[in-house]
Design a protein around this ligand. Structure first.
Ligand code: ATP
Length: 374
């Protein structure tokens, strides 16, 4: 198990500043996600931690020791990549055993430093010991691939290949597991299954994990903590629930879930409530602000909807017209126009309840507690 700290990390590539001032503190056993749009610096942060990039400034600590000068292969980090990076001519067992046989060869009975050529050849030279065999099979059982140990990796599905890559990293018992977009090559259904598999294994093994992704659902469903990055900086670092219910900016709000975001003008703000004007509409919020102009954020599930003659939950009640309904299984999403404003509303589908259709006049009610002011 390992803790990881990143302190004042700056990385420049000539005139490109990939990382401006990144600070992270990851506890032992934590599952930490780096989330953000393409080019925000997620992979660069990961590569600096792994030792594949030298920071321009700042320190990386693993288990409270500065590792800036320690080469990648001595940092005890396991890596899993989007591309799997398996050895195509080896079978599942050999792929997973490789790292252990090389390590055995390097430090075992030969007892002296071997050349890199010899190291490359070690797979052929070094036969896995009984101990290695046992360990590899144990890890393969963990990722539910024990029965495919003899299979060539090219004869596996994408999900199975990714589990081989995970087993190959885990078998070396690294302090930290680094995963860079590991699920991006998989189809949606498999991605969902793999999320659960990775999370289950991570919790069982208790390994500190850093997971890079641009997929908010992935980060939010898997991680204990998520750092949202933008343009080389971490702009919020919080638990998934904090991020969702208390985003620090409209960017984070938008990135970690669908939102209704409007420009609002503050009419008055007391300790109990704020009154905010959006176009001709006035909404109450139980949140306070010291700003005159705010971004008003309302999550789609924070709004109730009912036909014009039915009862709607108490709150900021407005009248509008349905422009679209989308059936999503457990929920129905309604797009509703209120004057010039467009609200996206997520309504729990109750079997038997009539679905509101396009053109219907409806009442919408926004819970003041769900009116966030950013
Ligand atoms: P993606 O999700 O697309 O992989 P990312 O968030 O991982 O993106 P990085 O790959 O870390 O982003 O890149 C951050 C910035 O640094 C980008 O502007 C990128 O173009 C730049 N960059 C990354 N590697 C290099 C390099 N070797 N040379 C020059 N610029 C680089």
């Amino acid at each position: 198990m390992g803790s990881v700290q990143v302190d004042g990390l700056i990385k420049k590539y000539n005139d490109v500043t990939a990382l401006k001032n990144v600070n992270i503190d990851i506890k032992e056993g934590e599952f930490f996600a780096l989330l953000g749009p393409s080019g925000c610096g997620k992979t660069t942060t990961m590569r600096c931690i792994a030792g594949f990039e030298n920071p321009t400034a700042g320190n990386i600590y693993i288990n409270n020791k500065v590792v800036n000068k320690i080469p990648a292969n001595k940092r005890n980090c396991g890596m899993v990549f989007q591309s799997y990076a398996l050895f195509p001519h080896y079978n599942v067992f050999e792929n997973v055993a490789y790292g252990l046989t090389v390590r055995d060869f390097n430090t075992g009975s030969f007892g002296k430093k071997v050349s890199s050529f010899a190291r490359l050849m070690s797979k052929r030279l070094a036969k896995p010991t009984k101990e290695i065999e046992k360990k590899v099979m144990e890890v393969l059982e963990y990722v539910e691939l024990g029965h495919l140990a003899e299979r060539g990796v090219n004869e596996l599905s994408g999900g199975q290949q990714q589990r081989v890559a995970l087993a190959r990293a885990l078998v070396l018992e690294p302090s930290v597991l680094l995963m860079d977009e590991p699920l991006s090559n998989l189809d949606k259904k498999l991605r969902n299954t793999m999320r659960t598999t990775i999370r289950r294994i991570q919790q069982e093994v208790g390994i500190t994990t850093i997971f890079v992704t641009h997929d908010q659902e992935e980060a939010m469903s898997m991680a204990d903590r998520v750092a949202v990055m933008k343009e080389g900086e971490i702009i919020q670092n919080a638990t998934p629930t904090e991020l969702y219910s208390n985003p620090s900016s409209a960017f984070v709000a938008d990135f970690v879930g669908s939102s209704n975001i409007f420009d609002g003008e503050v009419v008055k703000s007391t300790k109990q409530e704020t009154v905010v004007k959006i176009n001709e509409w006035t909404l109450k919020s139980t949140h306070t602000t010291d700003k005159n102009e705010v971004k008003v954020l309302i999550r789609p599930e924070g709004i109730d909807i009912a036909s014009e003659n039915s009862l709607v939950a108490e709150g900021n009640v407005l009248e509008g017209k349905v422009i679209l309904h989308t059936y999503l299984g457990p929920n129905i999403r309604y797009d509703v126009k209120v004057g010039e404003l467009e609200f996206s509303i997520e309504h729990v589908f109750v079997p038997g309840e009539p679905i509101l259709t396009s053109g219907e006049t409806v009442k919408v009610s926004v819970d003041p507690e769900r009116v966030l002011l950013l």
